[in-house]
Design a protein around this ligand. Structure first.
Ligand SMILES: [Zn+2]
Length: 466
């Protein structure tokens, strides 16, 4: 009888222990990141002998459907509401269901359970994905009101871009004052630059790190002496949020969606790699807190219709060619604008050295080069194989760039050409309906396997807190 009693007590203890929510939750979201984005970045890393992505090596896998209430192709707000709150809603809505009822996010559930909460992103903090975890609005564009919701959340750590200029919108029907000033009044320590960020330490209370007013630059363009990396923002979050009750942190790679919209493969994969570095920070923490940490990596939808393969390159895939791209196509557009301002008669010939510098395009063969078109074509053809310089442009490729220059869109022509030469295909400038890959590790990661709707991520996390 005594043994039975002990057995029952043990079983109860095990059951209670099993029912305990994870002490630490890391939820990583790549905006616009599905399997192609993760695999193109991985192939790029493998090509540079960096091996597989940490996010792709997590032991539990799921395929997550992304449709919203109103469309097979979701927008980021409906996707954020699904992942954060567990409710399908219409495109554009944040933190409310299809009937505009407020729905609680997993971050709010964790906070209600005594955990600290961090929301981290590389885009504006009021952008759809981060806002899905703290805001409840019918329209994702109500940045001022979303800012008010941010303050009302009481979450302990916000880090990313600002409110995109909407912090003091006097004409807003809910105007109550400058949001940044209101945040300081309710106890948020406001941080405005990297030195201030670096100096943050545990005990600083609630913190709002404002890296810039808009979104952060793409990783490929970033000056890390000015801006913190996503990995640094994550590491700081751990330091500030760690406490006996644990924490919930959402970390978003937000700008990779934008490079997906502009079909800029090099910028996109670099942002996936930056997110992966942030995942590695979480994994190091999870390793030191085994059996207490749940870590999930997902995407909100796919952007760009990215494909690993392009009609022009057949069965070949050339990630080594994307190494030559040194800035995003958006940044290249700025460089061109500046060059044109300095030289009003700026010509395609003037643009060639810039195309060589920033995209690695070679216009003339170094050996046997000639101005004769037929001979040049013959040489380019001879060099187009693996033994020659693959960045040596064929006459038709030079014509593509020239046509782009004449239309005022050389930056688009350049990123398209390097994508084509690398074997990366694109089918859209928008989001697509492709399901996303969700990987996870740690406590309760086995709850996140199978093929399910994006709402299940929130609902299964919420169940852990019940
Ligand atoms: Zn999105």
């Amino acid at each position: 009888m005594k043994n039975l009693f002990i057995g029952v007590c043990l079983a109860f203890t095990v059951a209670v222990a099993f029912a305990a929510p994870p002490k630490y939750v890391f939820l990583y979201i790549g905006d616009g990141m599905s399997t192609p984005q993760r695999m193109v970045a991985e192939e790029f890393a493998r090509n540079a002998n960096h091996g597989e992505l940490a996010m792709n090596m997590l032991p539990y896998h799921a395929t997550t459907r992304t449709r919203s209430l109103t469309s097979l192709i979701t927008d980021s707000a409906a996707a954020a509401t699904a992942i954060a709150c567990g409710s399908k809603t219409y495109n554009g809505a944040l933190g409310v269901d299809g009937d505009n009822n407020r729905v609680e996010s997993v971050a709010e559930v964790a906070h209600r359970n005594g955990q600290k909460v961090g929301i981290v992103t590389t885009v504006t903090i009021c952008h759809a994905t981060p806002a899905g975890f703290y805001a409840h609005r019918k329209n994702r564009g109500l940045y001022y009101q979303i800012g008010l919701d941010l303050i009302a959340s009481g979450f302990e750590y916000f880090a990313g871009g600002g409110l995109d200029g909407a912090f003091d919108k006097k004409k807003d029907p809910e105007y109550r004052g400058n949001v940044y000033e209101l945040a300081a009044q309710v106890g948020y320590k406001m941080v405005w630059d990297k030195p201030g960020f670096t100096a943050l330490k545990p005990g600083d209370g609630k913190v709002w790190v404002h890296c810039c007013e808009g979104e952060l630059p793409y990783d490929i363009d970033t000056d890390f002496s000015v801006y913190p990396s996503l990995a640094e923002l994550t590491q700081k979050g751990i330091e500030l949020l760690d406490n006996p009750n644990g924490f919930f942190m959402m970390i978003e790679g937000g700008t990779l969606d934008h490079s997906g919209h502009s079909n800029d493969a090099a910028a996109n994969l670099r942002d996936v790699l930056a997110l992966d570095k942030a995942v590695q920070v979480g994994l190091a923490f999870a390793k030191a807190h085994a059996d207490e940490t749940l870590l999930i990596v997902t995407g909100d939808h796919e952007t760009g219709g990215m494909a690993m393969g392009f009609a022009g390159t057949g069965y070949a895939f050339h990630m080594d060619r994307l190494v030559h791209q040194k800035c995003s196509s958006d940044e290249f557009a700025r460089i061109l604008r500046k060059a044109k301002k300095e030289k009003p008669d700026f010509s395609f010939e003037d643009a060639k050295p810039l195309l060589t510098k920033y995209f690695g395009f070679v216009f003339e063969a170094k050996e046997g080069g000639t101005d004769d078109k037929a001979a040049g074509e013959k040489f380019a053809k001879a060099n187009a194989g693996t033994k020659g310089n693959p960045m040596l442009l064929r006459p038709n490729e030079i014509e593509q760039l020239k046509a782009g220059f004449n239309k005022g869109s050389l930056h688009h022509a350049a990123r398209k050409l390097i994508s084509d030469k690398s074997g990366v295909g694109w089918s859209s400038g928008s989001h697509t309906a492709l399901p996303v890959l969700t990987t996870s590790t740690g406590k309760y990661a086995d709850h996140f396997i199978g093929m399910y709707e994006n709402t299940e991520i929130a609902n299964r996390i919420k169940q852990l807190y019940q």
